[in-house]
Design a protein around this ligand. Sequence first.
Ligand code: MRU
Length: 384
Amino acid sequence: MAPGPLASIRVSDGKLEIVNQLLLPHVTEYVPIASIQDAHDAIKSMKIRGAPAIASLASLSVVHHLSEALKASPTPEFLVSVDALRAHVEPILSFLSTARPTAVNLSAATKRLQNTLTSSIAAGKDVSAVVADLIAEGNLVSDEDVGRNKEMSRWGGEWLLQYNSTFAKPTVGVNVLTVCNTGSLATSGYGTALGFITYLHETKKLGRAYFTQTAPYHQGSRLTALELQILQIPSTMICDTMVGSLFQHHDIHAVVVGADRVARNGDTANKIGTYNAAVIATRHRIPFIVVAPISTVDLSIADGSQIPIEQRPPIEACLVRGALYPDQGSGEQAVVMITPPGLDGIYNPSFDVTPAELITAIVTEKGVAVRKDGENTFDLSAIV
Ligand code: MRU
């Protein structure tokens, strides 16, 4: 039996921990998240990343903070009244929501907690009941993730097998390309696009999963490679620049990616390089599928031009992280500079926007929206 997947977040005995994704795949180190500041820093520095995972960590850090406060003696000032609680929690929620700007899941989670706070207070509850509601809602943000990932993976997988009836034949293994990392490490478990691939594998429909290295952070070569290896899913890594070559020389049946924000018309922000893959997939008439939870859909914005795109620090594009000779038994971590020092002018957006017209289908836990032939946008009403 394949060993279990890596958990991005662990909660046990009142301790909240994350696996430090900057050290993977060579070192598996869980680090404590003991404060709201720790959670913010871990998200900002990308020790934890992936839209659903950062939303889960932000929520769980609030749960942890409140649970610790309940145990503290003497009782902290902010637990003496609902007004004091509100004055304490609201700045925490806005602080957490600023840790990274593009993935709307993060602000959707903090807004959910804000709504809980507001409605529990409006219902006349006392401070301990309001805290209990916040703790329950915060836990729910994380707990509901795995189930919905399985749902969207099943919807998407079944849709693809019907999209082209030859894919469902037992003799045809479906070959899929993905970008970045969208598996257990990017979520609370199972994954979105990687969940879709896992579903195809579990139902014996997958041929091979191809994945891009995903420079500059290398979510593909460091994280997706590790997850696919642990799950024993047949896979092949390609460099980001090889997508066109792959489509020219191999039978690729679909491109499947996650998302950080989907606008009302279907324009989708995802890891940098996703747009390139979509353009080339369109040229090769390969279906391009976005798999993401409803919390990634931002109905408040009309199209992708309104999605805030995070610019990462330029230095991150100049560095490669890894271990020195891990195959020779050394796990020593190294961060190597691949540019001349002092390089001026570095462009380092973390995400790009794929226009809806290049996307074939968008999948959430509620179902699949398919772009109609000749139309350039999606009607997402049935899947949000
Ligand atoms: O910068 P990252 O690693 O947080 O970017 C992650 C992605 O772009 C993922 O595709 C997206 O968050 C979906 S994860 C299920």
